[in-house]
Design a protein around this ligand. Sequence first.
Ligand code: XUL
Length: 519
Amino acid sequence: MARLFLGLDSSTQSLSAVLIDLDTRRLVGEASLGFDAALPAYGTRNGVLRADDPRVVHAPPLMWVEALDRLFEDLRRQGAPLREVLAISGSGQQHGSVYLNAEAERALKGLDPSRPLALQLAHVFARATAPIWMDSSTTDECREIEAALGGPRATAEATGSAAFERFTGPQVRRFAKTQPEDYARTARIALVSSFMASLLAGRLAPIDHGDGAGMNLMDIRERRWHPRALEATAPDLLRKLSPLAAPWAVVSPVARYWAERHGLNPAALACVWSGDNPCSVVGLGLVRPGDVAISLGTSDTYFGTMAECRTDPAGEGHVFVAPTGGYMSLICFKNGSLARERVRDLYGLDWAGFSSALVTTPPGNHGKLMLPYFEPEIVPRVLVPGVRRFDLREDDVAGNCRAVVEAQMLSMRRHSAWMEVRPERIFATGGASRNREILQVMADVHQCPVFRFEVTNSAALGAALRAAHAWHLHAGPPLAWEYVVGGFCEPVPGSEIRPRPETAAPYRDLLRRLAAVSA
Ligand code: XUL
């Protein structure tokens, strides 16, 4: 019998599924449902509900419930072999919180396969909407939590991140402060990930260590609820939180509802879900400490893996538990393609022209340097935008092209140094990763080989691979992660770019210079 595993991804705008065959290393089914178009009755735009206050961004959790039913209908209609699925796991947009009342547990346990899911669960919410990661209304609560825990650095040291507006703890605190009665009737606070896992398991599912780390509530080293963080956040919180579980934990076999209504194998295991970033780490094949992925999108994102837990003393980067059991960082640089495009446009170039500027200028750029903060920057924290040039004239076209890319790569090196892990392989993804010259600067600055990956659905694929790993661990000896991801997460053939050793010294000098001008 084939070994089939299902991975779901409950993201901001859609719910998707990938079905994988572990033996042939192939995707054997795929489905996706965009919330706005498929479920217009919920009134979302791009999957979210906005309030008059632009900082408030929520989503209706009942929409996710209905989407799950619909997604399985689509899979069944396509003829996906659901009867052969051995285990299911999932990925959820991180940080979002779902507030359930005392009815939820009973309703989940008694799901009736003859009735649609949403009709049976409409009454289980203590709050009709769930604040999601795009919500930024909790600045006061962040400062209050940090003050109670001894400041941003101490908060990061304790929970993996300084307090951020979108993180669950500050969101819970705001809810408890502004709607104390609704908070009081909340029996259980779930994350998007644990809520979706609960639907499949037909019982309240635990929160995995990976997504739990995005809450400012979990002791990042001990991997249990942090008593002082809980106390700093809201009254009576421990009783309202699910237990924590390892990322490879199994909740239970799927609820009878899914077997009888949608034809799933009744013995299929419902595994814990995790956050989309932890799932993507596996979906990209980052399974060895020292593996790094850099996504070059509108913003650039640096995902690093590490065996030991270290946190960012500047409180700018995040640390989550990785699905492989170690740790991962997520560091977001806002001025990514945004800055590269601004420089390209400033000089009226196309990408070919931008690339030839990189080819015709030397690594280290003769010491010319740029701080390319076209927009306020997240890492390092720069609130007032502005572009600064050092020994670099504004009319030096090629020098400016090289300077923006070098500044970005040097900044990634500088602001990931707290991890104390030398990257051994960098996997480059995202639109700008098609540009070989940009990747050469990446390889040289980090003195590390770079491989290009073309990925779609890395979170859903990561979830399916996590299900495969969890099922084997449950059934017998565990599979090595390298084996699990092999054949699914492979670089574009021939895409390896090697660092040039002679560029190490000029970049060391430039890094020093960057530190001096940033101080
Ligand atoms: C990570 C974050 C987003 C969400 C949405 O900290 O806020 O990446 O997980 O995908």
